[in-house]
Design a protein around this ligand. Structure first.
Ligand code: GLU
Ligand code: MG
Length: 432
């Protein structure tokens, strides 16, 4: 018996990946009836305690319902054995959907979106992270890229072997910072890959004598570490529908409507997409993270950035064209992050005149042009109040899920409230 050859995982409200292992002999039974799970686990904070106001107590049971299509085989690495890893929906003991499951939230958002629009979502999560344990090196440098060997090459090989489809691997701007992008895919797969990527990076780094940190900040005044979510829409034939040469920013009407929903609900969305006590220190102007609530062509300060396309080698723009949501980080759950963006986009598409088409700021826009764009929330506590007050966003969630998110996040805020900025950043970096 090669225990634990199978691990079945979920991802919680703070983006922590938790689950249970089983021996390889249990493969069929795990796929048939899952593994046990406990509702109260959703009330665990990033710092490890259970939020006192969580909706879940000592009773109740669930199943980790392994999704057989999510199976990956993590190869053995030196002394460390390989494993089969599944992602799970949290289900009631009879197998029916549990109303508070983050992955089910995304699945339902996707099916509602497709039912209402006839369109599908293609997505990709772009991750930055910091590798601690390397010598100092210049931003974007070949030196840093080489210093990270053999971790870098091993990472790309492992991600490829696991089917995560790595695209670019690069040294980034901040000290010890790197970035990894994965190829765009169907939305649920993209979010699944984001859940797995962080764990696989951390896991390999440890075995190469390094420590990978996905925390939004390492230093209160330093470079932010973000997650940027790229989204495009395709019709039932797989044809891209975001691109329209004749419109502002080359963004089609349906793309502009989708954007209007995201912009309108941005304040409440950030309570899901950047939900740590230090996330909002990253989301400030002039940090090239997201400096305000606006839609712009190729501007790294925008909440929603219309990404560039390239005509090199005769490439057509339609399929490259995508929207990038920049106010996310790796303290968020990828299923919930993408789920709320899709719900917001759908609200914009369905909302008619309540959701006027947004202004597309051009690349030439000046600080003065952008002076009136709304600011993002200044803190996690503020974002949580926006979430409670935004009845459209609040209505997307089961009341217990919403209450537990508020409870977990308020507990995390409370546990860091008396700390200095530096201590707060260190405390969060200690758990991400
Ligand atoms: N590090 C920036 C962030 O916090 C992103 C920089 C970039 O555009 O890659 O989101
Ligand atoms: Mg980057």
């Amino acid at each position: 018996m090669t225990y634990p050859e199978i691990f079945v995982a979920t991802c919680d409200l703070s983006g922590k990946v938790r689950g249970r292992g089983a021996p390889s002999e249990a493969y069929d039974s795990v796929l048939r009836s899952g593994l046990g799970w406990v509702p109260a686990n959703l009330g665990i904070t990033a710092f490890g305690d259970i939020a006192p106001k969580s909706a879940f107590g000592s009773t109740g049971d669930l199943r980790l319902k392994a999704d057989k299509f999510s199976e990956i085989t993590v190869p053995a690495d030196g002394e460390t054995p390989g494993m089969k890893l599944f992602l799970a929906d949290l289900a009631n003991p009879d197998g029916s959907d549990w109303a508070c499951c983050p992955r089910t939230f995304l699945r339902k958002a996707l099916s509602d979106f497709t039912e209402a629009t006839g369109l599908r979502i293609i997505a990709s999560f772009e991750h930055e992270f910091v590798l601690n344990g390397l010598p100092n090196s210049d931003s974007f440098s070949l030196r840093r890229h080489r210093d990270a060997e053999p971790f870098g090459s091993d990472l790309i090989r492992m991600l490829t072997d696991c089917g995560l489809a790595p695209e670019n691997w690069l040294p980034e701007y901040g000290p010890g910072q790197f970035e990894i992008t994965l190829e765009p895919s169907e939305a649920l797969i993209a979010a699944d890959r984001a859940v797995l990527l962080r764990e696989l990076v951390r896991d390999l780094a440890i075995r190469r004598g390094l420590e990978a940190s996905f925390a939004p900040l390492q230093d209160p005044d330093g470079t932010g570490t973000g997650v940027h979510v790229h989204i495009s829409l395709v019709d039932d034939q797989g044809r891209p529908v975001l691109f329209d040469e004749s419109r502002p920013g080359r963004l089609s009407e349906i793309g502009a409507k989708f954007s209007s929903g995201v912009l309108r609900h941005a304040h409440a969305l950030t309570a899901w997409t950047a939900p740590s006590p230090v996330s909002f220190q990253r989301l400030a102007p002039h940090r090239w993270s997201a400096g305000g609530v606006f839609l712009a062509e190729r501007n790294r300060e925008a909440l929603l950035r219309i990404c560039p396309t390239s005509s090199m080698g005769g490439s057509a723009p339609e399929r490259q064209f995508n929207l990038e949501y920049r106010a996310a980080d790796a303290t968020a759950n990828p299923w919930l992050t993408l789920g709320v963006l899709i719900r917001a986009g759908l609200a914009g598409i369905n909302g008619g005149s309540d959701y006027p088409l947004p202004e597309v700021f051009s690349e030439e826009s000046t600080e003065a042009d952008l002076a009136d764009v709304p600011e993002l929330p200044g803190s996690l506590e503020q974002a949580l109040v926006y979430l409670e007050q935004d009845h459209v966003v609040a209505s997307w969630f089961d009341q217990d899920l919403l209450a537990t998110h508020l409870a977990v996040k308020r507990r995390e805020a409370e546990l860091t409230a008396s700390l200095t900025d530096l201590e707060k950043v260190r405390k969060v970096a200690g758990v991400y």
